[in-house]
Design a protein around this ligand. Structure first.
Ligand code: 9G3
Length: 584
């Protein structure tokens, strides 16, 4: 950008008050700073400042995609239903998929993702192993009709995604592309100034098995993760659980009267033992509607994804179904279950010789119930949601907990889509083989919100330099026919001349209003030009990130900023807080 951004002419309606329905910092501040506006529930407009930031994030993503040889394309948002029938996914999704018919009554959807379209695109024209691997990407709008859109740009119904798809000849080649993408995604987070963890994740419905999520750390994030100084990190939905339940041993099996005890908390209190010394039962049924009772340590939660992996079709019983099986909610246990019930227990319980557990009788529990003696366990498996304090599966140290925003994700898809849609290539022997595919997504609008979640304070946003709507804002304290405004204009031109993006607050507003807006909008550096300073040949610079201020001689300003700029470029890959060098 070579033009100066003039606040007098800028469509950035800032708000003094917090908007009523803005639930988290990014939503609140992007609205207040005049960067976005709500068009409908979960649907937002980007105003000039917000759009500038969005474009900067897109350009960072483009550079990193181009650097690993991925090629940009643009597919339509409007997708024929036919292709979704081919992949078998038209019926997999419910109302989240936004469906519509054209005037000829042909079915379409507004694309929530583009696996189907891209597979159909290449299937007749990417023909030979000689053309592989091939990776294509686009930056495009996506639609998902979320039940409850919330958190502003973090969970919206229309959002911007960079989605890339790779077509590889085999697993080895896919692994290389996947590794390149993963590295690029790390660099993208770094360049956006995000503190993040790459975490092991669950592939869920999409198919395939290997996937990593890039989690921007934020208390407002919906995802829970665990991490370890050794470098291991996982989404708690997916992470392996290595918990260590407490043992509590008694001389013999004993049925204890526990009147009014229905929860693990009640039971632990009643017996005066920790929750980790109790065993929790969860009843469900498998795909054939047979009773399966799962057991986990009392201080841990059942991970239902893991339950389904172990017991295909597993579903927890409703209270009614429990009654139907003759089970007592709140006092279920492994001794005396109905005939034919399968018992699957968390593997950590193998180390617990005697269990404190329900007695299948209202108001009674067992202590000292011994697996292998008093009851039989049909299978041991990893069933729990991993929690902070559990042992790191890689180094054994206690895991730490955190919350995060999933900003991007890489997947190994395998041949699910290429097989279903007949996308094959001729290998070296001339055999027709389905592509081995990967898909890779960066939530662009979500990344923007995640950056604000990490870079804000009580005054507003504090953009990392790399994505800021402009690097510097010049704030003349008075406008009109004195020296201040012309000098501010001169400084602005000079800074543009050495490569800065510059805004100038040339509005006829009080200094207080300008300062408040500058802090709210979050320009990384403010240059305040006032009468008193000019009389001494100085201006004041203020670093938004820390609030530090400093008087700088007018004739040194340009050199100083230019130096800070070059210094930072040379010393940090992240491009964050480049102006900090001015204050060291
Ligand atoms: C749908 C609907 C919602 C969806 C999907 C399909 C999530 C769906 C997973 C992905 C995976 C990857 C390309 C880039 C990287 C991520 N929600 N997913 O497939 F029809 Cl309604 O989108 N897609």
């Amino acid at each position: 950008m070579t033009d100066i951004l003039r606040m007098s002419n800028l469509y950035a309606p800032t708000l003094k008050e917090d908007p009523a329905d803005a639930d988290i910092a990014s939503h609140r501040l992007l609205l207040r700073a005049g960067m976005i506006r709500k068009t409908a529930s979960g649907v937002y407009t980007f105003l000039p400042l917000g759009y500038r930031v969005l474009t900067k994030i897109e350009d960072i993503v483009r550079e990193e995609m181009d650097a690993i040889g991925s090629q940009e394309i643009m597919m339509p948002a409007l997708q024929p239903a036919e292709l979704w029938h081919e992949s078998g996914r038209w019926d997999d999704y419910g109302p989240e998929l936004m469906r519509l018919n054209d005037r000829h009554d042909h079915g379409f959807c507004l694309g929530p993702t583009h696996e189907e379209l891209i597979t159909a695109l290449v299937r007749n024209e990417l023909r030979s192993y000689k053309q592989l691997p091939c990776t294509l990407y686009q930056i495009q709008v996506k639609f998902r009709d979320e039940i409850r859109p919330r958190f502003g740009l973090l969970r919206s119904r229309e959002f911007i995604m960079k989605d890339a798809y790779s077509f590889n000849a085999d697993q080895e080649s896919l692994q290389r592309t996947y590794d390149d993408m993963s590295r690029a995604y790390g660099i993208i987070c770094d360049r956006c100034g995000l503190a993040y963890y790459p975490v092991e994740a669950d592939p869920g419905q999409i198919g395939g098995s290997v996937t990593t999520e890039f989690m921007a750390l934020a208390e407002s994030g919906e995802a829970e993760l665990v991490h370890c100084p050794c470098g291991y990190a996982a989404n708690t939905e997916a992470g392996e659980c290595q918990c260590a339940p407490t043992t509590y041993e008694v001389p013999a099996l004993e049925k204890v009267s526990t009147p009014g005890v229905h929860t693990i908390e009640d039971l632990a209190k009643f017996l005066g033992i920790p929750e980790s010394a109790t065993v929790k039962a969860l009843s469900g049924q498998d795909a054939e509607e047979r009773l399966v009772v799962l057991f986990v340590p009392g201080d841990h939660e059942l991970n239902e994804l893991k339950a389904v992996r172990e017991v295909p079709g597993f579903q927890l019983l409703t209270d009614e179904q429990m009654e139907g099986f003759g089970l007592h909610k709140g006092s279920m246990g492994p001794v005396g279950l109905p005939e034919g019930a399968r018992i699957v227990a968390d593997r950590s319980l193998q180390a617990v010789p005697q269990w404190v557990v329900g007695a299948n009788e209202e108001g009674y529990h067992y202590v000292g119930a011994r697996p292998g003696e008093d009851f039989a366990v049909d299978a041991w498996a990893d069933l729990c949601v991993v929690a902070p304090g559990d042992a790191c599966p890689e180094c054994g140290k206690p895991l730490q907990g955190a919350r995060g925003i999933e900003v991007s994700q890489v997947f190994q898809l395998g041949d699910k889509y290429s097989k279903a849609m007949g996308a094959t290539f001729a290998d070296e022997e001339g055999n027709e083989v389905p592509f081995t595919m990967g898909c890779y997504g960066v939530g662009i609008s979500r990344t923007l919100a995640a950056i604000v979640e990490q870079h804000n304070d009580e005054h507003g946003i504090a953009w990392p330099l790399s994505v800021a709507p402009a690097h510097v804002c010049i704030v003349p304290l008075t406008v009109g026919d004195d020296l201040v405004q012309p000098e501010a204009e001169r400084i602005a031109r000079e800074l543009v001349g050495i490569g800065f993006e510059v805004a100038i607050d040339d509005r006829d507003e009080r200094a207080g209003v300008k300062f408040a807006d500058a802090d709210l909008i979050g320009w990384p550096l403010q240059v305040v030009v006032g009468k008193r300073g000019l009389a001494n040949g100085t201006v004041e610079i203020k670093l938004r990130r820390t609030g530090e201020k400093k008087e700088v001689a007018l004739d040194a300003l340009t050199d100083l900023l230019g130096f800070a700029h070059r210094h930072k470029v040379a010393t940090s890959p992240a491009g964050v807080g480049r102006f900090d060098a001015l204050f060291n």
